[in-house]
Design a protein around this ligand. Structure first.
Ligand code: HEM
Length: 396
């Protein structure tokens, strides 16, 4: 089996499950060469991914969670980094700053508003009969939610989300410098937000972040901007891809779709967990070994890159019965699409509410979905999901 987990081509039609299946069976902690780097360990079994993610003492999130090490351009950030790339105790202090906004009770308080946004998104397309489901439906929800969280106009949320997509697209699949340019634009926009919210604080996360203190002091400009970038980036195309990829798997499994629709409200929670397992929008997170350590029979050396493949862990037959089958009624679904350790997805409760609200609206008001053209997948080895998915539908 040819293993290539770097080329976006391997992810051009979804996650490379044939490669993952082979790796879990034959080489679960696999040394993967890297043309422009030292190489990395690809970790593909559920229990190993879990163990790496839980053990920040042995596996650090610094200097980065991307496979490629930070290049010269990162010098512009000096000592600054996002909390996603920090270890405890620094990470703990930063996460604490925004944790209360993302608890289950806080997320639930946003439920009604999120449902209203879902209705509004479907109202805008319901008469059309044909849509690009990704841009016009699935992408709208996370764009609006991040705008609401930050206290920004909904249209600006859309623009920020377009920048997120450029940041997550592989450099070779877009114009040179497009990713870096998108980061700069995000910072420009974030700087305007910072100035406005300092002058006129509102009841929103951006204003609260600017007023909050870490280690007895306020965040400085760069710390705020990196938080802003992380929040916009983390909740954007992940949620979008789950919704589009999720609908696509439902269309491919009509028996499952029928089962779900027979009791939409009652069955959505278990269906949503299974769609998370089945699609796993975040392909990987990287760690760096802090010490020599053994994993899955391999000797990892201090300094080695160790990459956790969530989509593979989620199809591990040692953890899930019939792992390749979409089974919306799967009991005790321990999917790991949101990660497992100190960095586990902070936005997961909000993401679940967004997903449920959108799937409810889509499946109760739209029907007879038909692809107008094959979906085109995001060219990325980091985030997985369709970029475009033109669909015909009828009003239910
Ligand atoms: C289906 C949607 C989503 C998926 C699949 C997803 C997945 C993930 C994953 C895999 C991680 C890293 C976990 C780890 O390293 O163990 C993460 C971190 C994070 N996510 Fe999500 N996410 C989603 C939606 C969201 C949303 C809607 C938000 C915010 C509104 C969000 C905010 C974050 C943040 C802030 C982090 C970093 C946490 C930290 O470093 O402590 N995510 N997410």
């Amino acid at each position: 089996m040819k293993i290539d987990l770097l080329s976006p081509a391997s992810f051009a039609a979804g996650q490379p499950h044939a490669q993952f299946d082979w790796l879990r069976d034959h080489s679960p902690v696999h040394w993967h060469e890297e043309p422009d780097g030292p190489g990395f360990w690809a970790v593909t079994r559920y229990d190993d991914v879990w163990a790496v993610d839980r053990d920040f003492q042995a596996f650090s999130s610094e200097p980065t969670i991307m496979i490629t090490d930070p290049g010269a351009e990162s010098a512009a950030f000096g000592p600054y980094k996002m909390m996603l790339m920090m270890d405890p105790p620094d990470h703990t202090g930063f996460r604490k700053l925004i944790r209360s906004e993302f608890t289950l009770p806080s997320a639930k308080l946003r439920g009604e508003r999120i449902q209203a946004l879902a209705r509004q998104i479907i109202d805008a397309v319901i008469e059309k009969g044909e849509v690009d489901f990704v841009a016009e439906v699935a992408g709208e929800m996370p764009s609006f939610v991040i705008a609401e969280l930050m206290g920004l106009p909904l249209d600006d949320g859309r623009e920020l989300y377009a920048l997120t997509e450029a940041i997550h697209t592989a450099p070779e699949a877009q114009a040179p410098g497009a990713g870096g340019m998108a980061v700069m634009k995000m910072f420009e926009y974030g700087s305007k937000v910072m100035a406005e919210k300092r002058a006129r604080p509102g009841d929103d996360l951006a204003s609260r972040l600017l007023a909050a203190e870490v280690d007895g002091r306020r965040l400085d400009d760069m710390e705020f901007l990196l938080f802003f970038l992380l929040l916009v980036d983390a909740g954007g195309d992940t949620t979008r891809n789950l919704l589009s990829g999720g609908l696509l798997s439902l269309m491919e499994n009509p028996d499952q779709l029928a089962w779900l629709k027979a009791d939409l409200t009652g069955r959505l929670p278990s269906a949503r967990e299974e769609l998370l397992r089945y699609s796993s929008p975040v392909i990987y997170m990287r760690r760096t070994a802090r010490q020599d350590v053994e994993l899955g029979g391999q000797q990892i050396r201090a300094g080695d890159k160790v990459v956790m493949y969530f989509g593979s862990a989620n199809r591990d037959g040692a953890k899930f019965d019939r792992p390749g089958a979409l089974d919306l009624s799967r009991p005790d679904n321990a999917q790991i699409a949101f990660g497992a350790g100190a960095h586990n997805c902070l936005g997961q409760h909000i993401a679940r509410i967004e997903i449920d609200a959108m799937l409810h609206e889509v499946l109760s008001r739209m029907t007879d979905f038909e692809l107008v053209a094959p979906p085109e997948w995001l060219a990325s080895n980091f985030i997985s999901g369709p970029r475009t998915m033109p669909l015909r539908f009828k009003r239910a």
